[in-house]
Design a protein around this ligand. Sequence first.
Ligand SMILES: [Zn+2]
Length: 424
Amino acid sequence: MMDVDNKAEELASALGVTKQEVKADLESLLEFDVPLDEAAQSVRRKHGGGSGGSSTPETLDIASITTAQSSVNVTVRVLTHGTRTIRYQGEDVTIREGTLADSSGTISYTAWQDFGFEPGDSLVIGNAGVREWDGHPELNLGQSATVSMADETVDVNQPIGGDSDLVDLSPGDRGRNVEVSVQEVDSRTIDGRDGETTILSGVLADETGRLPFTDWDPHPDIEVGADLRIEDVYIREFRGSPSVNLSAFSTVEPLAAPVAVTDSAPQLSLAEAIDSGGLFDVEVVGNVLEVRDGSGLIERCPDCGRVIQSGQCRTHGAVEGADDLRIKAIVDDGTDTVTAIIGSELTEETYGGDVAAAKEAAREAMDKEVVAETIREELVGRAYRVRGSLSVDEYGPNLNVESFEPADEDPAALAAAALAEVGQ
Ligand SMILES: [Zn+2]
């Protein structure tokens, strides 16, 4: 207990409170098997001493900050400033977050109170905590941080304000603004942490690309075909691709002029596409190696839409299945393979008939498999240009197909060329 006594003495003098008080706090934490150093940090935080050691924080430029520092002083320019409510230790807390810069580089920040600064402001920040996030240092502006206006404008190389093209957004980006055309919107009710709540999800597009979005606090201007400026969005990862998130703090303003949108998807080799972990919109050219079981005339559960076997849904038990058409094709471009999942409309085109025609054929042959067989004969061994949304999970890569057409090019040559380009 000598250690506790010494630590209490040291903390008391650093924090300007009585040793008795500090020691009581320390001892109650130690009862919960908190290591002494960690307990000391908690006590320090409680008394407004910051998360850091007892030494005075160093004044550093951003490039010199590492996770080895516990707190620093910086002179910076605010690039972006987003607001979001998060659940922290059981309570809703409104935080501000974004990116700060100086001439040496940029760093993300989280502010646990509203210091009142905005993008473009030049600030002197004292006693900013440093924490590690995703392997990088990040500044944590807590109660013990001080924020004041700098005397001179801090010169930076980055654009200020957060206006972004969709193609440039990455998971982790905060306080961004986009100008987009809304391409798809779905409204659904989810079981949120505060009970049932309605959210919107869909697809946004601009000149540079398309991305999925979720609006957690539905804004009425979000409608299919709307051209909008949306301010203060944050970016998360959804199935391996960036996804735009709107909150109650996001603002949505209709634009006077329509937003130009792109019509093409990036064309990649399968190896590159799969390596990226998932892509919302991608085009590949490959040969169909195989049309898998579960293709052709299938039955879906009327409740959840999943494919059912022998009238049994895995979730809903015995159900009256609804007939549908689908293809699960293995596509190979010489660099890797993917399961391309082709929905009913495109399957009808490939098959050359609708569900009724497929059922008629199955009845005549007294075998459902004739439908898949016809599709196999059509597809296997031929090259196709396939566009869709790629997801990669523990079952492997799946490409949810949006368009599917015969390709004249040799897939292996195209893939090799794409790989060579990446290699340079
Ligand atoms: Zn079901």
